[in-house]
Design a protein around this ligand. Structure first.
Ligand code: MN
Ligand code: MN
Length: 462
């Protein structure tokens, strides 16, 4: 750390010393690799399991007994995962929990997606999460997911990421014929049903009808032993093709798909794998379905997490219904999700005094929500004071912000769900530009500072 005078500087790039800058680059390189390895919730979970096992974590459901210091993970339906490190303190005193989500906005293939029109073969899609539909046309797209055959065998698919792979595209109308289209409102200029991806144009010889689609089916059968009906039991997600990149001539930023919310998922995971010998049991919970309301068996509103904590207590020899409730109620949590960084191109939607900025560290939001804080968790002042103490003691910078101007919009996170157990929860996270766009921008300094903050939280939160 630098002198006190230099400490007063506000931008992290001016505060870090040589060693920290080196660490920052390492963390951000690993972050970009994580983004490339996990473009869907399933891919994220398998990458998280790989990293966890490499760091001494075992499958919670496969162990009999646990003692302080032990590390386990509990994955659910290959889409959500919780990691635990058993602390030395009594479990009933609660855990320090880092939570984030690993699903991101995208286009999903419908269950009967393949069709042909005027010689073109298409996959029909239905978008997932909140998107500006016009952003998804004329960008290279990849297909990721699984196809499960009737006999239960599963094919994992990823097409469009390798240099030699083909990519896919949603077409848009040429500007020369767009005079009417350009009059439309942005919300309808490209409609949901028009977000079908172009996948072929080469007719299969000998087919009289829909020969281009027949060609596609033939290729799928050869490569994946797939029948047309197998789409019924498939989860195929269309995402922007290509790797996460450094952004800016000074390489100070990252441009990548899915940073909402893998930027918080990765920094939480990295902190979880880094911090050892904790007093309070530490936990990192990374869930699916946040973008569509945290619903379903793998969303935060599922009992999956509570059940996993019950298993953990049982295997530590301490389970009772009351102890489970006490453990959850006495826990503290940073529910991490991305925040909207101040964008000088769109000043009219921000209240600058309550905005967050690149290079100033992770962001805490006392509340989120919309229209008078509706749907928000509201972090207690007493809890925020404790967090300030822990972050300051570890020399971690942070900012307090609200997303946008009052009534400009809003959004929710998973925070309120965990707060339902009575635990202390605050919304935290990393600021990004163009959230939910195919390519989102973040600051490398904020990625690193969030990681440092999450390490401090797991180690020292009381
Ligand atoms: Mn999010
Ligand atoms: Mn989101």
């Amino acid at each position: 750390m630098k002198t006190e005078k230099e400490q007063k500087k506000e931008n992290l790039w001016l505060i870090y010393d040589e060693e920290q800058l080196e660490q920052l680059e390492k963390v951000c390189t690993n972050y970009r690799e994580f983004l490339d390895a996990g473009k869907t919730e399933r891919e994220c979970v398998s990458e998280i399991i790989r990293q966890a096992e490499e760091n001494g974590y075992r499958n919670l459901y496969a162990v009999d007994t646990l003692k302080p210091g032990d590390k386990v993970y509990a994955a659910w339906m290959e889409k959500s995962i919780a990691l635990f490190q058993v602390g030395t303190e009594a479990m009933e005193k609660g855990m320090n929990i880092l939570g984030a989500h690993i699903d991101s906005p995208r286009l999903d293939l419908k269950q009967n997606p393949l069709y042909e029109e005027s010689g073109f073969a298409y996959f029909d899609t239905h978008y997932y999460g909140g998107i500006k539909k016009y952003q998804w046309v004329t960008v290279p797209l990849a297909i990721h997911g699984v196809v499960v055959r009737k006999d239960g065998t599963k094919e994992t698919i990823s097409i469009g990421e390798e240099e030699t792979d083909p990519v896919f595209v949603v077409t848009d109308l040429l500007v020369h014929l767009s005079s009417k289209q350009l009059e439309k409102k942005a919300s309808v200029v490209v409609e949901g049903e028009n977000l079908d991806i172009l996948i072929g144009s080469r007719p299969l010889d000998g087919e009289e009808k829909d020969a281009a689609a027949a060609q596609i089916m033939k290729l799928l059968k050869e490569k994946y032993q797939m029948e047309r009906e197998d789409f019924q039991s498939a989860e195929l997600e269309v995402v922007p093709a290509g790797k996460a990149r450094e952004c800016g001539l000074d390489r100070s930023m990252i441009l990548a798909y899915g940073q909402d919310d893998r930027i918080c998922a990765y920094t939480s995971l990295a902190a979880m794998l880094e911090v050892e010998e904790v007093k309070r049991t530490s936990c990192c919970i990374l869930v699916d379905k946040e973008e569509i309301g945290s619903v379903g068996a793998t969303g935060m509103r599922s009992r999956f997490f509570e059940n996993a904590v019950a298993e953990l207590l049982e295997k530590c020899g301490h389970f009772s219904e009351l102890k489970l409730r006490r453990m959850l109620a006495h826990s503290t949590m940073i529910s991490s999700d991305v925040s909207a960084a101040y964008d000088p191109m769109y000043t009219e939607v921000y209240d600058k005094k309550s905005s967050c900025f690149f290079g100033k560290g992770p962001v805490f939001c006392k509340h989120t929500g919309a229209r008078g804080k509706s749907g928000s968790n509201d972090a207690n002042a007493e809890y925020i004071a404790k967090l300030r103490k822990v972050f300051d003691a570890n020399q971690v910078r942070f900012q307090m912000s609200e997303m946008g101007k009052i009534d400009a919009g809003g959004g929710g996170t998973i925070a309120y769900i965990l707060a339902g157990y009575g635990m202390e929860v605050i919304d935290g996270g990393v600021a990004v530009l163009c959230m939910h766009a195919p390519w989102e921008v973040s600051s490398k300094a904020d990625v690193y500072e969030a990681y440092r903050g999450y390490c401090a939280f797991l180690k020292d939160m009381f």
